[in-house]
Ligand binder design. Structure first.
Ligand SMILES: *Cc1c(COP(=O)(O)O)cnc(C)c1O
Length: 379
């Protein structure tokens, strides 16, 4: 059996050229001396971590961020050469890998730094996370003196090349959120000033939204960095955001019509018979379900595109299949292409659109696309 042929069951198409365009468009909005750290955690938000990192490396990106040590190792083993920062906790048992693969590890707390110091023989690369108000990880910035002491102490234990914080409302346009973000940024700046002779190469705070909607802060160090995630993939940090012209989704998700049949008025469709036909209807069954990562929360709510028209999901999304109403789309036949995310004729459906229906964010829609969905790079 040739398993290399494209399997037209449920697949994603990755437009690598669009990924690069998104990078260039975003880059043009930053001060010229700013650097972009490509956030390729979670398999590049479902787009393929190694392939996206390598494509960006080709156009000059030298900083990458991931969430786990295994994601970092996968990048290294596949030829990513730049700095790779693990943004969160790594189990202490994996400390050896930080050194071996020349990874930069985030120190999530003072206690974590101490535990890591106990087991790491060599000067591993690290950066301290600073908590400026999100209450997730990092040293509490409200006690600057204490922060400075800890940073100074561990700068002698590790190759401490930076500190960073994370913004939690940078995607919001409300006045109080804008104020909050400014405060987060300025408190990091004040901490840097109080550090005196500790020599940090990298101080960074911007995510996609921060770099686009907030003015860039020059921390007076070697490199100003934006940690660019979601917008690289052409999606919005928040549904209310407006992205610069030229930024478009990189991923399309497609499937096909597996079967078409008639459902008589009064009959139920799918598990729980949650949709009862109000009149005779034509229904197409498509081979994508929640095990492929298509949210079950879209049952009876979401829609797909067939022949440039919308077809509503009828009944519950099953594990491997779902049913859609094609009564108003003439001539739907087996093997017709079905667009779950992307364009069909004049119609478009984005991860942000689906997220709004499912009550989540675009990030989750693309991250949830499972391994069963084959990914193909468009050429
Ligand atoms: C995920 C993440 C980012 C990227 O955020 P986007 O909103 O996708 O740009 C940046 N920094 C940290 C610490 C993160 O965890």
């Amino acid at each position: 059996m040739d398993t290399n042929i494209m399997m037209r069951r449920s697949w994603a198409e990755i437009d690598i050229e669009q990924l690069k365009r998104n990078y260039y468009v975003y880059r043009a909005h930053l001060p010229s001396d700013a650097e972009i750290m490509a956030v390729v955690k979670a398999d590049a938000y479902g787009h393929g971590g190694v392939r996206c990192a390598l494509a960006l490396q080709d156009i000059g990106v030298a900083f990458f961020a991931v969430a786990t040590i295994k994601e970092a190792i996968a990048l290294r083993e596949n030829g990513v050469r730049g700095e790779i920062l693990v943004l969160g906790y790594t189990p202490i048992e994996f400390a050896w890998a930080i050194a071996k693969y020349d990874i930069t590890q985030t120190l999530v707390s003072e206690e974590y730094a101490e535990r890591l110091a106990q087991v790491s023989g060599t000067m591993i690369k690290c950066q301290f996370a600073i908590d400026t108000g999100m209450n997730r990880i990092g040293l509490d910035v409200t006690d600057k003196k204490r922060c400075a002491e800890i940073i100074s102490k561990y700068s002698k234990v590790f190759e401490l090349n930076g500190i960073f914080t994370h913004l939690c409302v940078a995607d919001s346009e409300s006045e109080s959120d804008i104020e909050f973000t400014k405060k987060q940024i300025s408190s990091l700046g004040e901490l840097v000033e109080s550090l005196g002779d500790v020599n940090l190469k990298y101080v960074h705070c911007m995510n996609s939204a921060g770099g686009l909607f907030h003015s860039f802060k020059d921390f007076g160090i070697e490199k100003n960095i934006v940690r660019l995630g979601i917008i690289l993939y052409g999606l919005k940090p928040d549904i209310s955001n407006r992205l610069p012209d030229g930024i478009k989704p990189v991923l399309s998700w497609k499937t096909v019509v597996a079967a078409v049949h008639t459902v008589k008025s009064g009959e139920g469709i799918g598990y729980g018979r949650s949709h009862i036909a109000q009149s005779d209807m034509r229904v197409a069954t498509i081979p994508t379900g929640y095990a492929d990562g298509y949210s079950r929360h879209l049952s009876n709510k979401g829609y797909v595109l067939i022949r440039g028209k919308r077809a509503d999901i009828v009944g519950r999304v099953c594990m491997d299949q779902m049913m859609v109403d094609v009564s108003d789309i003439p001539d739907v036949t087996v093997e017709d292409e079905v667009v779950l995310l992307g364009e069909s004729g004049e119609e478009v459906i984005t991860a942000d659109d689906l997220a709004a229906i499912a009550g989540t964010i675009g990030y989750e829609i693309v991250c949830d696309i499972s391994n069963r969905v084959e990914k193909y790079v468009l050429r």
